[in-house]
Design a protein around this ligand. Sequence first.
Ligand code: PLP
Length: 399
Amino acid sequence: MDFKPANNIQDLQYFGEFGGVNPSISDSSTYTFLEAKTMLDTFEGNTDGCYLYSRHTSPSNLYLSEALAAMEGTEAANVAGSGMGAITPTILQVCSAGDHIVSSRTIYGGTYAFLKNFTPRMGINTSFVNITRLDIVEAAINENTKMIYCESVSNPLLEVADIKGLAALAKKHHLKLVVDNTFSPLSISPAQLGADVVIHSLTKFINGSSDTMGGVVCASADFINSQKSVIDGASMLLGSSMDSLRSSSILKNMRTLHIRMKKHSENATFLAKKFEADGLKTVYPGLKSHPSYEIFKSMMNKEYGYGGMLTIDAGSLEKANALMELMQEKNLGYLAVSLGFYKTLFSAPGTSTSSEIPEDEQKEMGLSNGLIRFSIGLDNDIERTYQMMKDCMLNTGVL
Ligand code: PLP
């Protein structure tokens, strides 16, 4: 595949109103009209280039949306105030009472809780399956199914979805394939592999500085327009809008995403290989031991690598906690949820980001108590980082 997501972002050129090298920030929630008729036309969606109200859209949000659509190679995109603010209106736009979803069982805890506990209240039910088994996915599809939902690389187990295979199933059964690509921006381009809708939490790698929340839905112009409809659009009516000041800062950070992703991947690959050689149970899509190594390789935009996320099993929650506290004390990273920061972040998903998933289900999906999820940072000297991490592991009995 010859898809160049970073080139697509780079080729977008925006100037400020006084010739600034960055586009001006639209510091307004509402917009004036010289003629009342133009306001009515804009409300009805008949005027291009006119702005009405910033929950619908703003110039700053449109710039960022355009850059994200270019990155994923979709016709359009719409930014939201958070990743969940992109996920929930996508699900509710596609599904109504009586509908059914087939979802990967290993997904971000918030999405899992929404599908498991919240949407059943609206008559939307979900089957959670092993997404790496296409036969199991197909068997779960029934006459009410409207959507297959997955993450390209899943949170927290780093299972890899065979997006081409899932897209073929979605096509065969007339379903929408929705892929959350938060863990693998640039590396994987789900829409190029057949996904109908691609979602990101911008809070993570894409913004990269852990200073804001954000989300985006990338899809066909029809789908994005339907979500933004003032009559029945889930994004417009649920109201998780991004603020223009934030979209402007995220757009600036996106300009360096390709450099950051390469470094995150390089550092994570280095550490994953070392940890595995030391005898630790290590999961990283770039290791040959990963069950979906070949699938990731076949889907990836090679220059960005296998991403910045890896997990190790410390053996027990006590050991995991001791290791994370010591690594933090040695300034090797922070004991924090989230990901995609310049600094390494680590947490034990079973007691944090996946705690919404009941313990017996965690066990069944292979989420052990001692699992530590790392978002590997942009350390300049990763060999030094490794030596220091190894000392911490020896000191806490993890090694
Ligand atoms: N999708 C994934 C894969 C995530 O890891 C997260 C958050 O951790 C989200 C979505 C939710 O994003 P946000 O926290 O920006 O709402």
